[in-house]
Design a protein. Structure first.
Length: 189
């Protein structure tokens, strides 16, 4: 198994906070992939990729499988993952990967509830291409109808909004939760 496969396995395990060691773990991972990306990878395919099933010849995963697992951990696909590994920009810091929510993993029209201290609460909707619109705003300087660009949300970290158009004004940047960070959750409306 190549080092790239092992690195991808480690990132996926960090993302789901679970080592792939039992059949139940692979069922869990298959479900998490479905919930995050709305694509199906069978637990058997995942078991083969992790080397859980005995094989006579070395297993070569399909590019589709590699693309899906790469997307799960925040890359556009296997090619981008390999490029980041090659140039050393692969993110492997001390954060846990489940703290990250990458906009590109969401469907257009998805809603996120953002909360930060002391009692700010903002509901946003993904319009596409990392562009969000503020739907409701409570105790925040952000207003209904404001738009901004945000490619990634990190739990308990400050949120950087790019090209914020506040009340129809010129684009600017804005930081939410500068001291204690933000919390977020996907919501259904």
């Amino acid at each position: 198994m190549t080092q790239a496969y092992v690195t991808l396995q480690n990132l996926v395990e960090s993302f789901v906070e679970r080592k792939m060691q039992t059949p139940r773990d692979f069922d869990f991972l298959s479900l998490r992939i479905w919930e995050a990306l709305h694509v199906q990878i069978s637990p058997t395919t995942l078991k083969r990729f992790w080397g859980y099933l005995p094989q006579e010849a070395p297993f070569t995963p399909r590019i589709t499988t590699l693309n899906i697992l790469s997307r799960l951990v925040g890359y556009r696909g296997w090619t981008e993952f390999l490029e980041c590994m090659k140039d050393g920009s692969l993110v492997e810091s001390g954060f846990t990967y489940d703290k990250f929510l990458y906009t590109r993993t969401l469907k257009r029209g998805s809603h996120l509830l953002l909360v930060w201290a002391p009692d700010r609460q903002v509901l946003i909707r993904l319009e596409g291409q990392d562009l969000f619109t503020v739907i409701t705003s409570k105790n925040s300087k952000l207003s209904v109808g404001d738009t901004f660009i945000c490619p990634c949300f990190v739990m308990d970290e400050p949120l950087h909004l790019h090209c914020l158009r506040h009340n129809g004004g010129a684009p600017t940047d804005y930081i939410c939760g500068r001291k204690s960070g933000i919390r977020f959750e996907l919501t259904k409306i």
